[in-house]
Design a protein around this ligand. Sequence first.
Ligand SMILES: Cc1cc2nc3c(=O)[nH]c(=O)nc-3n(C[C@H](O)[C@H](O)[C@H](O)COP(=O)(O)O)c2cc1C
Ligand SMILES: [Fe+2]
Ligand SMILES: [Fe+2]
Length: 397
Amino acid sequence: MNTHRISDNIHYIGVNDRTTERFETLWPLPYGVSYNSYLVTGSDKAAIIDGVEVSHALQQIDAITEILGDRKPDYLVINHMEPDHSGAIRILRQAFPDIIIVGNAQTIAMVNGYYGVADNTLIVKDGDTLSLGEDSSLKFLLTPMVHWPETMVTYFDKEKTLFSGDAFGCFGALNGAVIDSDMDTAVYFPEMIRYYSNIVGKYGQFVQRALKKLEGVEISTICSTHGPVWRQQISKVVDLYDRLSRYEPLDNGVTIVYGSMYGNTERMAEAAAQALAEAGIKNIVVRNASKTDLSYIIADLFTHAGVIIAAPTYSDGLFPPVDAVMTAMSVRGLKNRRIAIMGSHTWAPMAIKKMSAHLEACGLEPITEPVAAKQAPSADILAKCRELAASLAATLG
Ligand SMILES: Cc1cc2nc3c(=O)[nH]c(=O)nc-3n(C[C@H](O)[C@H](O)[C@H](O)COP(=O)(O)O)c2cc1C
Ligand SMILES: [Fe+2]
Ligand SMILES: [Fe+2]
């Protein structure tokens, strides 16, 4: 059984999912994902914090029974209603009919809307506490839009533990150990950038608001809903979320994203990549938007300070895979990037116009004039691609 002691009063009762191909049917899961759930026991009451996805319900119930024996859980605290954490509610209710569902007003309305469960609930407000017995209580802090409007976090004062919901979470199932100090965490950091940028990336200002709200709270353990329990590397994790939510690049590298049907636009991207390397840029990632999953390209864009986008005109519009990348950028309001664009066409140019409109939606301005190629890029056009890249490199210092 996947139970794990985190402290005297906290047990891990979450599950690993190594079967689902794509989170939210969108984002690839090469290392799987965990749906973390916790059991907090006080002298009088026991509370489950965060649930699991529906197909893992029985596993969670077995874990609860293994820890509590004849005792029954009194509360189910729902920090976040997305079904990866709430899907098992009805089954949990059947197993433990007296369990009280705890959430804020928005959460409880959603519990009813999704699962038709309206009785035996407890509505909490920002700052409310719930006693679990002598010396132990849970405190609820509302953190809207991290990642849905009802999102909140729960703080267990006695052990200075923050149950943070999706905040500080990452992709990647847990491989035996649960706490960061008991494992090699290297795989989780790229998966954290991908998780943040893909899932939460649009809500940077709300993450910042939540971080400010938590500033005075003493935290020795972070129990999020996905990935390791953080104890040893809290400052690294909080710093990463802080930087990502401020849209601050993580390095001075460049992401080149291109689309190309017959190789002509690709040659422009290659010329730019070479020029960047010659200018001393070491972190250069060149992505074919038709091949690399959008998920990884979004993570690259959140990582590097520089961006070059190159795409053909397609049916009087922008080549669709690159259009999807630029839509993902504007949806997330990507900021603070040095960016340059290149477009190609055969008879009626449209790519650059469409790319410029996407950038305008982001509030980003290209650092230099776009390069436009008609049909195959000439030596002169390729020289311009190199110049564009050199100008970009110069801004990255
Ligand atoms: C299905 C299709 C639709 C296209 N639509 C346009 C178009 O509307 N206007 C245009 O000027 N070129 C159009 N083109 C030509 C491409 O823009 C041209 O192939 C591209 O710019 C050359 O780059 P590539 O070799 O990287 O694909 C189209 C090409 C294809 C295959
Ligand atoms: Fe979520
Ligand atoms: Fe989640």
